[in-house]
Structure formats: C-alpha cells, structure tokens
Design a protein around this ligand. Structure first.
Ligand SMILES: Nc1ncnc2c1ncn2[C@@H]1O[C@H](COP(=O)(O)OP(=O)(O)OP(=O)(O)O)[C@@H](O)[C@H]1O
Ligand SMILES: [Mg+2]
Length: 277
C-alpha cells in the first residue's frame, strides 16, 4: 500500500502556567489510501494529532517527531509557504467546530471560491460553478441560496457541510475529518459519509476520521486507533473492534448504549494510571 502519511513518535506539548501539558505523547501510524478511524475519550489528543499533521497547531505549542511525512515530503522541514500550498490543496482538515473555522464576514460561496482560486488558476465563473456543484454534492438542497449566506445565517449541520465542501473542493489526497458529522442528523450523516466513502474508493483519498462514535467508526472505517492520554493504546481492524482487548477500549465498548438493555447501574469507565505510562 502507498504510504500517503507516515507519523512516527509524534509529540505535541503546550507550555502553560501550571507546567507542560503533553497533549500527544509519541503517536505512530502510517496511512495509505484507506479510512483510518481515531477514537478515544475527550482530551486524549485526537484533535491535536490531526492539527499537528496539518500544521495547524497553536504557535505556543512544541511539536516533535522522528518522522512526519506526507507523500514522502518531510513536513517538519518544509517551508511555511510550501506547507500552506499543500494545505487546502493536497491535504485538508475539517475542524471539530466549523463555526470557528469559517470566516464570519464572507459568504459561504465566496469562501469556497476563494479556496479554489488560491490553489487553481481558474476563471471566476468556473470557480462559482464548481462551488455550487460541491455544495450540492454535500447534500445542500438549495446551493444558490446557501452560496450567498454568511456563516451565522446557516444551521450547525449546514455549516458543517459547507466546511466539508470547502475542504473537498480542491480534491485533496488526504483528508482529516474531526467529528465531521456530529451536528448532522442521521440521514444527512449517512449521505456525507457516503461522499467521503466515494472519494476513498474512487479517487484513492486517504481519510482520517476522528469520532466519539465507536459504532460508526467500526462500520465505516478500515482500521481504528484507540487513543488514551496522548498515546495510541490499541490499533485494530475496524470490523473487529468489538473484539478489542485493551481494557480501555473494552471499557468504551461497554459504555455503548443498547436498546432494551438494562442501564442500571450506569457503566463507569475505569482508568488505570499504568495505561498512560
Ligand atoms: N492551546 C492549548 N493549551 C494547552 N493545552 C491544550 C491546548 N489545546 C489542547 N490542549 C490540551 O491537549 C489535550 C488534547 O486535546 P485534544 O483537543 O487533542 O483532545 P481530543 O481528543 O480531540 O478531545 P475531544 O474528544 O474533546 O475533542 C487536552 O488535554 C487539552 O487540554
Ligand atoms: Mg477533539
């Protein structure tokens, strides 16, 4: 399998008033043209892993890795200009909260057009058409209307889809999707997953899919990394997630609600210090 992305011993830490916060503590994995899921509890370092790969870490943070490479290019030594050129064009990330990532003073349509025209030399009318097509592709029913809306004028789910459209419009080879469908109802969620699936299957895109939803990840992805306290504690084929052996993963699985199951007492996740050692 082609190695689209190589991550070895990635570390991200933040100097704070109360000392160093180690958000990511030695994460290693490789990604081919496949769907890789990342699950783990809140604060386990999923988003910071994605952001470090994209080069979207806050400037105060320290990043180190034995290797961080995209299609053979060492990302840690790449100039900021080259990194920017990759971002948006060949690699893209749908951030966890799209409302903060969309520009509040520019209409949705203009933002997507601008992304296109930053990376491709195309005419305004072509860019407009591609933007409308993309909005339609992410199941926005009325692309012409949404094109002219500002981010605060759209619903959470529509904002999420607009963000997905913006990230997909240049046809990236790597897409990191951080909880991309958390604000969508189930039917729209399936449609959006279908689009991502299509891109992986037809165009050979590599997808990192960050989610809290273990069931969704196990049915949608090929492989899953389970993170705990900044580390990968288990890597498993997605279809075999229910057979996971790490006690933390088992704990997550036991917390999944089941229709008609007795929920008394509610399960409590066990956390042992040695898991994060
Ligand atoms: N700017 C920052 N300064 C200090 N610590 C930070 C900063 N950003 C993130 N962290 C810390 O890094 C750790 C990992 O955060 P991250 O956002 O990657 O978690 P996550 O797994 O994505 O969680 P969630 O599921 O809630 O989105 C957390 O402990 C968080 O407090
Ligand atoms: Mg997160």
């Amino acid at each position: 399998m082609t190695r689209l992305l190589e991550v070895e011993d990635l570390r991200v830490s933040f100097p704070t008033r109360n000392g160093l916060v180690e958000a990511v503590r030695g994460v290693s994995f490789t990604l081919g043209r496949e769907r890789l899921g990342i699950v783990g509890e809140s604060g386990s370092g999923k988003s910071q892993t994605g952001r470090a790969i994209m080069g979207l870490t806050p400037t105060a943070a320290k990043i180190s890795a034995k290797r961080l490479a995209f299609d053979g290019n060492d990302l840690l030594t790449l100039s900021p200009a080259k990194r920017r050129a990759l971002r948006g064009k060949r690699m893209a990330m749908v951030l966890q909260d799209p409302k903060y990532s969309l520009n509040p003073v520019m209409t949705i349509g203009r933002q997507i057009m601008e992304t296109l025209r930053t990376h491709e030399h195309i005419s305004g009318s072509d860019a407009r058409q591609r933007t409308l097509d993309m909005l339609e592709a992410v199941q926005i029913r009325d692309p012409l209307r949404v094109f002219d809306l500002y981010p605060h004028e759209v619903s959470g789910g529509m904002g999420q889809r607009a963000m997905i459209a913006m990230m997909l419009v240049c046809g990236p080879e790597l897409m990191i999707a951080d909880e991309p469908t958390s604000a969508l109802d189930v039917t729209v969620q399936l449609e959006v997953l279908d689009i991502l699936d299509h891109l992986v299957e037809e165009r050979g895109m590599g997808l990192i899919f960050i989610s809290h939803d273990l069931r969704l990840v196990s049915s949608f992805c090929d492989r899953v990394l389970v993170m705990y306290a900044g580390r990968v504690v288990e890597e498993i084929e997605a279809s075999r997630l229910s057979e996971a052996t790490h006690p933390y993963t088992r704990g997550l699985l036991n917390c999944l609600p089941q229709i008609e199951a007795d929920r008394h007492p509610l399960p409590v996740l066990e956390r042992k210090p040695e898991w994060s050692a």
